[in-house]
Design a protein around this ligand. Structure first.
Ligand code: SF4
Length: 163
């Protein structure tokens, strides 16, 4: 796994940690926030209601024991770097590897809601799949808080489920 941790660091992650999937918290409320707090709800294949429900996500998480949780300070690079590293993991034999990124997919100016224009090159965010990112990060040693000031450094997380 050290090879992949280094890849994530080289691509812009300031921290990457191998975690137990039992430390990943799912809940119904993150998708409520998408539905009633985001203009992209229902307009992107990587967003709710197209993304997995929190119960489906929990079922996926239960299929893995380990994951790589990583942090960046630029949301725009999280999903792409996770996808790139996951491809390398797959080629190294980790055939189950899947990715959850950060934020809505912005690869297309308008999402093709029928079939993805870039299959295998994007992924839903952790929050779009019903993961409580704050609790998950905190349970794994990251100090994360809400930000009041635009000058505060933001934190964005990606997750690679792998074994
Ligand atoms: S790559 Fe394009 S079509 Fe696929 S989910 Fe992203 S925006 Fe939608």
């Amino acid at each position: 796994m050290e090879k992949f941790i280094q890849m994530l660091r080289s691509a812009g992650a300031d921290s990457a940690t191998i975690i137990n999937t039992q430390s990943i918290v799912t809940a119904p409320w993150p998708i409520y926030k998408c539905q009633f707090g985001c203009a992209r709800y229902g307009k992107n294949l990587c967003c709710p209601p197209k993304s997995p429900s929190y119960k489906e996500t929990q079922g996926i998480l239960d299929s893995y024991e380990k994951a790589v949780l990583f942090r960046c300070h630029d949301m725009s690079i999280v999903t792409d770097m996770a996808v790139d590293v996951a491809k390398e993991m797959f080629l190294d034999g980790y055939y189950k590897v899947i990715v959850l990124g950060s934020g809505p997919c912005k690869k297309c100016s308008e999402c093709n809601m029928k079939v993805c224009n870039f299959p295998g090159q994007t992924a839903p965010s952790m929050e779009a799949c019903g993961i409580d990112v704050f609790q998950t990060a905190r349970k794994n040693g990251y100090a994360i808080t809400t930000l009041r000031n635009k000058t505060d450094t933001p934190n964005f997380f990606g997750l690679i489920l792998v074994e």
